[in-house]
Write a protein that binds this ligand. Structure first.
Ligand SMILES: Nc1nc2c([nH]c(=O)n2[C@@H]2O[C@H](COP(=O)(O)OP(=O)(O)OP(=O)(O)O)[C@@H](O)[C@H]2O)c(=O)[nH]1
Length: 136
């Protein structure tokens, strides 16, 4: 019997600093792929829009309140633990001090990235971002 796997909808934030650096953080202990670098974000809760979920997650994870959210790309990735649909959003303004509320590490990165490993679901977006910068 074939079973359709249900997508898990995920809001992901690409925080872009004025100098072009982007923010990556590590996945907290206890989650699948703990210790891998990722863009901040998380799953949509029932009834939430992508933007609402992203605003909530970035307060919960990083302690920051984000400004305008620019929906950018949608990708999918099939992990053993979940089939995810990633809603990628660019964010250029935020308020508050970064506070790693889940014990993560964070790093502002330029291309080529100096951190690894990165979650496989983020590879396509990293390539597009690098191309945008004329890096490839
Ligand atoms: N935040 C984030 N998630 C990503 C990225 N790339 C990627 O494949 N994902 C996947 O999207 C899903 C996000 O779920 P999560 O576990 O981080 O979400 P969450 O904070 O709501 O988790 P929770 O269930 O513990 O509350 C994971 O399956 C993760 O592997 C990325 O760059 N950032």
């Amino acid at each position: 019997m074939t079973q359709e796997r249900k997508h898990t909808e995920v809001a992901v934030g690409i925080l872009l600093r004025g100098d072009g650096a982007l923010l990556l953080s590590t996945r907290p202990a206890g989650k699948p792929y703990a210790g891998y670098w990722e863009f901040p974000g998380g799953k949509l809760e029932a009834g939430e829009s992508v933007e609402q979920a992203l605003r909530r997650e970035l307060i919960e994870e990083l302690g920051i309140t984000i400004g305008p959210v620019q929906a950018w790309k949608v990708t999918e990735h099939d992990y053993p633990h979940a089939l995810v649909r990633l809603h990628w959003c660019k964010v250029r303004q935020w308020q508050g001090e970064f506070e790693m509320r889940e014990g993560q590490a964070m790093s502002w990165q330029h291309f080529p990235l100096q951190v690894s490993p990165v979650l496989p679901g983020a590879y396509p977006v990293l390539e597009w971002l690098e191309q945008e910068r004329g890096g490839g």
